[in-house]
Design a protein around this ligand. Structure first.
Ligand code: FE
Length: 196
């Protein structure tokens, strides 16, 4: 181990970018194009997909049959969304997603991965001790609920369809989608019922 100080991520990123541009491997426009795209990748998209699945049984079935097409139907498609699989939570089964290799998420519906999702700790431990990791993240699951951990990869990007909270029968799609967080779409939280 060297005791040499490492520059912060911002400076390292700039240095790598400068080198790639200098070597002709990347253009400034490519970076801007990616940044523009990234603005459109957000968990609010996945939340809208879930809210629609909760309220539209035919859409829910299409989502379970072929999530890539169902998400594309709502405009959520493209890079890292080429093969999306939706995992439906039930009262008996809770799904949680991890990429043990790196940090894959379904960008069009989940957005770029949060830092905790990329951490070696989450990636290693959620596979071995899912209940404990979920509990440490604030999600206590009753022992009679099964937990299934799904390894997402560069090829297959999972999204979780959380259970619709009780007492939300009167809510429309907009209000319902506000209950679904990025954490719920990864499976480390439930869809919460906001104070109203
Ligand atoms: Fe990955």
């Amino acid at each position: 181990m060297s005791d040499q100080k490492t520059a912060d991520i911002q400076r390292r990123t700039e240095a790598v970018k400068d080198q790639l541009i200098r070597k002709g491997l990347l253009a400034e426009e490519d970076v801007q194009h990616f940044l523009d795209l990234a603005e459109e990748w957000k968990p609010e998209n996945g939340a809208r997909v879930v809210a629609r699945a909760w309220t539209d049984p035919e859409f829910r079935q299409r989502l379970l049959d072929d999530a890539t097409s169902a998400c594309a139907e709502m405009g959520y498609t493209g890079l890292q969304g080429e093969y999306i699989v939706a995992l439906e939570n039930t009262p008996e089964l809770h799904n949680v997603v991890v990429c043990t290799q790196c940090s894959c998420t379904a960008w069009p519906v989940l957005g770029l991965p949060p830092d905790w999702y990329k951490s070696p700790e989450y990636r290693a431990r959620v596979v071995r001790q899912p209940r404990r990791v979920l509990s440490e993240m604030g999600l206590e699951l009753s022992p009679d609920i099964g937990v299934r951990v799904w390894e997402t990869s560069a090829e297959t990007r999972y999204m979780v369809i959380p259970l619709r909270p009780s007492g939300t029968e009167a809510l429309g799609v907009d209000d319902l989608s506000a209950l679904v967080t990025r954490e719920a779409l990864i499976g480390v939280a439930l869809a919460s019922q906001c104070e109203r």
